[in-house]
Design a protein around this ligand. Structure first.
Ligand code: PEP
Ligand code: MN
Length: 346
């Protein structure tokens, strides 16, 4: 069962609902989103039968959720959610462009990439300080030094930062610097990490696992929500397939499917799907047309010299081409650009 609290519910109202649940032998998981708080209830059928929260102060509604995931299910939300990242919205009314290098390689490279992103009208900067590499001999990222560079670049450009956290031990440090923490495809089922990021009080982006089903992906989001954080953005980045000419198969169905199954925003990452820059703009177009709430792409000032994922990084000119599409195509679908919708807009 999920208990939906009214927007006007007070902390005391929430505490009394939790006490009601616990008093009847159930467990309560409070998740606070931007617009409302919902309380997930776990307990046996007998426990759920005895609960009667609807008359309690601050309770707007109760729902029996049939899906395996509860807090992130569409069933308990009449409207799709908007997540705010450093004031920038990602949600159903807007379209958000996120761009930046795959990895932070140096202060200069990060700043030049951010300037390309900004010039193209991106609202958020991406860039990995911790890189999940298939080979232990490959560049692993600048770690803490990379986070500092990102913070300096944010200071300089005003672009909030999205960056990956790989290890439970780094969660607090990454959360200190990042505006949104990214869970990469390889960690989508690292349940300890999901629980850890659920408690840091910053938005979380969850990239789809390399071969994850929609339900597995949403269960990963449920781990974060169950720890109290409903500010979650899903990111489709392609799944493993039998076709060797592309790195991953971009699953465009994931966009409308996630919107049917969940209230969470869904964005697409055509760079990591394709693995090659010539496909990035066409796949981005497909994602936008399918209804994605945003797109995240790799850009690099010198892709041929990139330490990670050079073949998929856009040159600045191609990012500008994508920016033109981002200005026109989402508008046809009734969205405004997130670049014009920062703090204070609901
Ligand atoms: C990334 O976005 O830098 C990344 C490593 O992506 P993925 O986890 O989707 O491979
Ligand atoms: Mn990459």
């Amino acid at each position: 069962m999920v208990i939906v609290m009214a927007a006007s519910a007070t902390r005391a109202d929430i505490e009394s609902v939790v006490a009601h649940i616990e008093g009847h032998g159930g467990q309560a998981f409070v998740s606070r989103g931007v617009t409302r708080t919902i309380i997930g209830v776990v307990g046996s059928e007998a426990v759920l039968e005895t609960l009667d929260p609807i008359g309690l102060p601050g309770v707007a509604d109760t729902k029996r959720i049939t899906a395996a995931y509860k807090l992130v299910a569409a069933e308990n939300h009449t409207n799709r959610s908007t997540v705010r990242v450093g004031g920038v919205p990602i949600g159903p009314d807007t379209f958000t462009l996120i761009a930046g290098p795959c990895a932070v390689e140096s202060a200069e490279q990060a700043m030049e990439s951010a300037q390309l992103a900004k010039r193209a009208g991106a609202s958020l900067l991406r860039g990995g300080a911790y890189k999940p590499r298939s080979s232990p001999y490959a560049f692993q990222g600048l770690a803490g030094a990379g986070l500092k560079i990102l913070a300096e670049v944010r200071q300089e450009t005003g672009l909030p930062i999205v960056t990956e956290v790989l290890d439970v031990n780094d969660v607090d440090l990454v959360a200190e610097h990042a505006d949104m923490l990214q869970i990469g495809t390889r960690n989508m089922q690292n349940f300890g990490l999901l629980q850890a990021v659920g408690s840091v009080g910053k938005p979380i982006m969850i990239k789809r696992g390399l071969s994850a089903t929609y339900e597995e992906w949403l269960m990963a989001a449920e781990y974060v929500a169950q720890r109290g954080n409903l500010d979650i953005v899903l990111c489709e980045r392609g799944v493993r397939s039998f076709e060797p000419t592309i790195r991953n198969m971009f699953d465009v169905s994931a966009v409308p499917m996630m919107q049917q199954l969940s209230h969470l925003p869904i964005i697409v990452d055509p760079s990591h799907a394709a693995g090659r820059r010539d496909l990035v703009v066409p796949l981005a177009r497909a994602g936008i047309a399918a209804g994605a709430d945003g797109v995240m792409v790799d850009v690099h000032p010198h892709p041929e010299a990139a330490l990670v994922d050079g073949p998929q990084a856009l040159y600045g000119a191609s990012l500008d081409e994508l920016a033109e599409i981002v200005l026109t195509l989402p508008a046809l679908l009734g969205r405004t650009s997130a670049a014009h919708r920062t703090d204070g807009v609901t």
